[in-house]
Design a protein around this ligand. Structure first.
Ligand SMILES: *Cc1c(COP(=O)(O)O)cnc(C)c1O
Length: 385
């Protein structure tokens, strides 16, 4: 079975992790700050805060922006459930903005309309989370303009997009957002096993995030109510969590980061090969806007409803042919947890259509061209049956 995604772990990665295992600190040592500095420098952001997962990064990012019960968080239905769950963790109300069918990212037109309506009812969101689907950045300048006009925070779910670019700037630079989040799950562009990072140029967000990932505890006397008591003294001033990344994970991430540019280039080359080999098939291929360089985390095609038995039949034929296809994403608002909160089919038609038609093909740096040709042939066969 050719999987849809797969990590690459090289001897240098293993050596880096082993070195940490032989050292004095396997967590809370020197490698996590080194990894944070490297990721911040790579993206051109001021601060990076490493945590246990992309989900943890989303959660504490919401907390640093004071998301609380009664507040509203908006994201897209075409994402992993974590982009919405982080708001529920904070007791906020979740709502969704439909997608643009071309990029499958948050539609700026839909966002603008929804904001106008929300303003009239006095129900503007505190946070909006655009998701860079498949590694293709959202239209961040337009979203930032709306953020300034309507006064919400922008939190980029960039879990697919490390290594991608938007208007000549790396994704994660946060020049159009309050913060951005990456995940280092093995299926993502680089991995730490489990892990994530929060990037920001806001000192207040970075400081609070550092505290929240370690129980809300501070050792800085200027932040304490009873400061200046001694070196042994600390205070818990926030309700935080244990979301700390280990030095073993950071060492793996630091080693993988050296290859990120090569990975993204290879993914892009494979994407162009798919564009070529699928050109005559009746599927809609992913697009890349002029102002964007995608990180090509996913290669998702769409199969029209009813054609060749539709996506579900094509999916089954691909699996039978040994191709590990996937679906990104079943719309989040149709998950039982969200239906119980009042969402229903028909609420976000473009995301629902995408969810019915989407088929993710294998794409990862060490996918061989021979294997990729098998995928293309299997898809051609599946569309003939
Ligand atoms: C992977 C992913 C997450 C969650 O990241 P974890 O590290 O698995 O917690 C969130 N959002 C999107 C879009 C993702 O792809």
């Amino acid at each position: 079975m050719i999987p849809y995604g797969r990590q690459e772990v090289l001897p240098a990665d293993i050596d880096a992790v082993v070195e940490v295992l032989r050292s004095d600190f396997i967590t809370q040592g020197p490698v996590v700050p080194k990894f944070e500095e490297a990721v911040a420098a790579y993206c051109g952001a001021k601060y990076a805060v490493a945590v246990t997962s992309g989900t943890a990064a989303l959660h504490i990012a919401c907390l640093t922006m004071d998301l609380a019960p009664g507040d509203r968080l908006w994201t897209v239905p075409n994402t992993f459930v974590a982009s919405a769950n982080c708001g529920l963790y904070c007791g906020a109300d979740i709502d969704f903005v439909d997608i643009d069918p071309a990029t499958r990212n948050m539609s700026v037109v839909a966002l603008r309309e929804k904001l106008e309506a929300a303003e009239a009812r006095g129900k503007l969101p505190r946070i909006v989370i655009p998701v860079h689907f498949g590694g293709h950045s959202c239209e961040m300048t337009d979203i930032q303009e709306l953020a300034e006009r309507y006064g919400f925070c922008v939190l980029e779910d960039a879990c697919h997009a490390i290594g991608g670019w938007h208007q000549g700037t790396p994704v994660g630079a946060c020049d159009h957002s309050d913060a951005a989040v990456f995940s280092f799950h093995p299926v993502k562009n680089i991995t730490t096993g489990e892990g994530g990072v929060l990037l920001t140029n806001r000192e207040d967000v970075a400081e609070r995030a550092r505290r929240l990932r370690t129980h809300g505890i501070t050792r800085d006397p200027t932040e304490m109510s009873e400061g200046g008591q001694g070196r042994w003294y600390y205070e818990q001033i926030d309700l935080g969590y244990n979301y700390r990344m280990t030095d073993m994970q950071a060492a793996l991430g630091l080693s993988q980061l050296q290859r990120l540019d090569d990975y993204v280039e290879r993914r892009g080359a494979l994407a162009r090969r798919y564009d070529h080999s699928l050109a005559d098939l009746p599927v809609r291929r992913p697009v890349e806007s002029d102002s964007v360089r995608s990180a090509w985390h996913l290669y998702v095609v769409s199969i029209e409803d009813g054609e060749y038995g539709g996506r579900d039949a094509v999916f089954e034929r691909m699996v039978a042919a040994g191709i590990g296809v996937n679906v990104h994403y079943l719309p989040v608002h149709l998950q039982p947890v969200y239906r119980r909160r009042g969402f229903a089919p028909g609420d976000f038609p473009e995301a629902e259509r995408h969810g019915r038609q989407a088929l993710t093909l294998p794409l990862f740096p060490n996918l061989t061209e021979t294997d990729q040709d098998c995928v293309a042939e299997a898809l051609a066969d599946a569309l003939r049956s």
